[in-house]
Design a protein around this ligand. Sequence first.
Ligand SMILES: NC(=O)N[C@@H](CC(=O)O)C(=O)O
Ligand SMILES: [Zn+2]
Ligand SMILES: [Zn+2]
Length: 447
Amino acid sequence: MNGVERTGRARLLLRSVRPYGAEEPVDLLVGEDGRIADIGELEETDAAEVLHADGAVALPGFVDLHTHLREPGREDAETIESGSVAAALGGYTAVFAMANTDPVADNAVVVEHVRRRGEEVGLVDVHPVGAVTAGLGGQRLAEIGSMARSAARVRLFSDDGNCVDDPLLMRRALEYTSAFGGVVAQHAQDPGLTPGAQAHEGANAARLGLAGWPAPAEESVVARDCMLAGHTGGSLHVCHVSSAGTAEFLRWWRSRPGGGSVSAEVTPHHLLLTDELLEGYDPRYKVNPPLRTDEDVRALREALAEGVVDCVATDHAPHAEQDKDCEWSAARPGMLGLQTALSVLVHTMLRPGLLDWRDLARVLSEAPARIAGLDDQGRPLEVGEPANIALVDPQAEWTVRGEELAGTALNTPFEGMTLPARVTATISRGRVTARDGRTQPYGGVLR
Ligand SMILES: NC(=O)N[C@@H](CC(=O)O)C(=O)O
Ligand SMILES: [Zn+2]
Ligand SMILES: [Zn+2]
């Protein structure tokens, strides 16, 4: 008896997919319950929809712990809808929407709005991140408990964009969130070391006359927070690790007893780009933390390969044209990332042999789902599991054009670059949400 006989009707038949890049293609059947019903060489069924995948690599749908959707407040840069489109096209089935909106997501009303709007759009599970401090002000804790208990059931808290600088507040946040299994995601940047910072502190910034952002401003906060997490038993997640020194510290810390309560992410742009790109003062390369050196890039790739850094998060940061198309110092930091992440990972990690497809499933899906405590994402591609799937054409090559990406923002740092591999379809709980560059809502609700 196959899964469909067990569960009733079939919904979708994926013809010829290669789970985790396996040599031999198989067929994958999804039941009406949105779960994988059968895998193998399957007979024609009365499946409602057949998708000919032509040997595409099948991975569990990607999970982004770090996305800026800009709604509420800056809908001119991105909306929950346009960001969901970008996410589905990029192979994502769940994203975490950062709290630095206007109003800030520091209370139950805002986080419930974000979650509900994500459900209405129905392309990807949108999980709101709650602010750690009220108004991202760094002075007192936000209403963490009420956000956790709200219908949005917030588990991830971050002041991202700002660092939770005050050590006592950081300690309290770790203690408080640990009571209900929450996680504090820190944007590690000592503000005292980075006044007016514009670029990685080093030879390039000096030559270009840009105020430096020294790596120890990140490393010292990461070290402090690891120690606070160890002391309190709280869970710390380090956002956008950017320096070799941070990777080295995390390698040491995580090898110690108790070091397992710390997790970390790296962005695709920090795995590929360096501060040499700043030469022409093009604000598309302005980002926080800044692009650093070749040596940092190498160290970050190694750290991801080793598992010292658990996962990849995009830090997708759309900006309106007037906030990027201006002189360097006036431009906002941030880069688009959702639709290019898989390709950058194939280019920087898979092709050089640092990771294989199974590892990509880990860093793009399984690890972030585990860190955020999602039990229906990052699951194995096996019978009975939820059908959250990204299909990837590994042979594809494409040239990135901001104009062709979803949404109105154009600030991709990969403009004009030709990258390998492309997401051809995304399936969210058994429904095709994206296919060949188009999206279609699943109309489902989060469970
Ligand atoms: N990464 C950025 O440069 N910008 C982010 C904030 C952040 O992630 O720190 C943004 O909100 O635009
Ligand atoms: Zn940040
Ligand atoms: Zn961010």
